[in-house]
Design a protein around this ligand. Structure first.
Ligand SMILES: [Zn+2]
Length: 81
């Protein structure tokens, strides 16, 4: 899993104008999983399944840490995508 930094312009209540908001997002590398599944002759699919379930379970817990942060004042914004 690779971590990706997302950037977006959003209006900040604390700054009073549009600022650059940043957010860390985790990205599943599907190609890597497919290659590993082929190499292990399907054995990796079991591990992939466990990883996928773990990701769903942890999604609710990481919702707070997955908020957008203002690059100017550090104000946090929760946006459900
Ligand atoms: Zn701000």
């Amino acid at each position: 899993m690779a971590s990706v930094l997302l950037e977006e312009m959003m209006s900040c209540e604390q700054c009073g104008h549009d600022t650059l908001y940043r957010k860390n997002a985790k990205k599943m590398s599907w190609i890597l999983h497919i290659i590993l599944s082929v190499v292990t002759m399907g054995g990796w699919l079991v591990i992939w399944g466990i990883l996928f379930l773990w990701h769903i379970i942890n999604k609710t817990g990481t919702a707070l840490t997955n908020s957008w942060t203002c690059s100017a004042c550090g104000n946090k914004k929760l946006i459900a995508l």
